[in-house]
Design a protein around this ligand. Sequence first.
Ligand code: TXA
Ligand code: MG
Length: 469
Amino acid sequence: MEKATELRTDVLPVDISTVQVKHGHHDSKPFLGDWTIELQEGSVDARNIRRAATELQHSDIPVAFPTETVYGLGADATRSAAVQGIYKAKQRPSDNPLIVHIHSLQQLRALLQPSVCGADQQNINQNISDSDARIEAWDQDSNHDPIPPIYRSLISRFWPGPLTLIMPNPEHSFLAPEVTAGLPTFGVRMPRNLHALALLKLANVPLAAPSANASSKPSPTEAGHVKHDLNGRISTIIDGGPCEVGVESTVVDGLSDPPAVLRPGGVSIEEIRSCPGWSNVTIGYKDMSETLEERPRAPGMKYRHYSPRAPVILYEHGKSMPPAQEMESYLRGNKRLGVIRTATWPEACGLPTVTQLNGHTVAEEKTLLINGDASIMSSPAESTDANAAQVAKAWKLHVKLGPHAENVELWDINLEASPELIARGLFAALRELDKLDVDAIIVEGVDDSRGDVSAAVMNRLRKAAEVKI
Ligand code: TXA
Ligand code: MG
């Protein structure tokens, strides 16, 4: 692949409390109707976010920005050269369709209409005002609404939020062909992260945005992850702190009969099923079958996705922790193992630690890592759950696996708490263990049959894992 010229990559913090959002007073739900923003002019925050918006409008180099799911790598979805820039930065061929991000239903309606005289920006903004005039508020008569009626209940309940809907792409679409990868449909979502919404509003173009990681790596849930992967390949990363959900959006196709979930994500299938018109929604992604067909395989053989450098060994929910001998077999050069525990496995997988043998306590041997006590969940508006900090910790323990592996460093991350916190911390945990250069990462799976975000967690883990047990 061609070597791109090195760019200077700036990480630009934006304090979102400096951005004022004003909602139209008739709106039954924030952001689904009219809304506007006001920046604190002259502030660094205003300058940073304006710079990102201007680059999205005029440059062909994509901009990374936070969403509530993962960081996205955004480009104007109506300009081919801009969308091609995403693939250049990610060093990935343009084979997958990309999700389009929008700031309003009016903007979506404009995309659902054919472009009359070529897909230029003035034209699409003209279309937006036309569709405004034709279709009044969301809550009124839906007869002439180009948004397929099946989606109304999902939009009212989950937008803005981590739900992507498959829409019919009109002939003479405004969207660049690279966005849809030749399909007659496109995926679209309205994110709820305020940084993302403000950027969409300022740029006032629909943004195609895949996750902002290098191809095959775990999706980025912090600005630092993006910097690590794409340094030199993009100019601007908007830093909005850690992502609230931590796994990508749920992708839903309501144009098929029955409707199907194409990718599990931040909104669970049970929540979708409970919406009017969606009781018969089916699972349209392969997941368990993949597990059964592929297991067990030797590390290093598989096309990687969501994967750190170290091989991931996934133990399905209910499998007990591996015996010491099995863990020893995963050691390569460093004699270092990473463990991500989620539900029932005991600390250090119950192995005796070397210090214990020397008469010390386990506690004395623990080294607090990863941001010290800094909570990984410091910024997003939602919770300051006391448990949240625990996803940011890894403990180093010297363990004795057996006669041939006496003094093994075991890095232990405990994500146990709730399905939501496991989802939020998963990708960061995989990346942290990679930094520590472990020989393998052993992961305790979660129960994905409960109809919550655990389905998304297991879907990503099964794709990341080289060996499934
Ligand atoms: O949470 C998210 O959705 C993140 C953040 C950045 O918003 N974005 C994301 O985008 O994951 P992306 O482009 O990586 O997702 C693409 C996936 C495809 O692999 C496919 O599963 C689905 O979205 N998709 C997109 N357009 C589709 C279409 N027309 N038909 C079926 N699936 C589609
Ligand atoms: Mg991705």
